[in-house]
Design a protein around this ligand. Structure first.
Ligand SMILES: [Zn+2]
Length: 185
């Protein structure tokens, strides 16, 4: 159904992105409870992708974030779920604002601070950068076309997409088949 609106087959990444969006929607959306907000998200993301297949990484990142948010499984991005520490805009030793580093791992939902990561031995985890957390906040406040310039390179926000995919997979208790294919594009 999603593919029929498009002539993007020539663009491999955009085509895989459509597969990813279809799989996430299929898995997250309760079939007996259609959500207007979710369909509006889908329409905006698909329109953005159709406008220019080079928008693929912005489209997929925006979709993933909002799909997780609308499904009610987006964890707090500025609080350590281990100790409750604030992870954003803390004062460093020289009194300047800085963003506390934050980590995620497949074994748990949400983010933890460096101290909790160490004390809980979460060595398999990865960092969700301050840049990506600020980007996520911007995406939660703005329409898709207003989040940074078009034509993101694939490497932008790769940590954010990995984090979001892990939240989805933890919730579903299964892996998304299309996620590794997309990130290999
Ligand atoms: Zn902590």
């Amino acid at each position: 159904m999603i593919h029929s609106q498009f002539r993007l087959a020539s663009d491999y990444a955009a085509s895989v992105a459509l597969d990813f969006i279809a799989e996430v929607t299929d898995q997250l959306l309760p079939s007996n409870e259609p959500s207007d907000r979710y369909f509006r998200l889908m329409a905006a993301v698909l329109e953005h992708l159709r406008a220019d297949p080079a928008n693929v990484w912005r489209a997929v990142t925006y979709f993933s974030l909002w799909a997780v948010r609308l499904s009610g499984i987006l964890p707090e991005l500025n609080v350590c779920l281990g100790c409750g520490a604030w992870l954003s805009e803390v004062l460093n030793e020289s009194g300047a604002d800085e963003i506390e580093r934050a980590w995620f791992s497949r074994s748990r939902t949400g983010l933890v601070c460096g101290g909790c990561r160490q004390s809980q031995g979460l060595r398999d985890g990865a960092e969700l950068t301050g840049f990506s957390r600020l980007l996520a906040e911007s995406m939660l406040r703005n329409p898709i076309a207003e989040v940074l310039p078009a034509g993101w390179p694939a490497r932008i926000a790769v940590d954010l997409r990995r984090f979001l995919v892990q939240q989805i997979e933890t919730h579903l208790e299964r892996k998304l088949a299309t996620a590794p294919v997309l990130e290999a594009c």
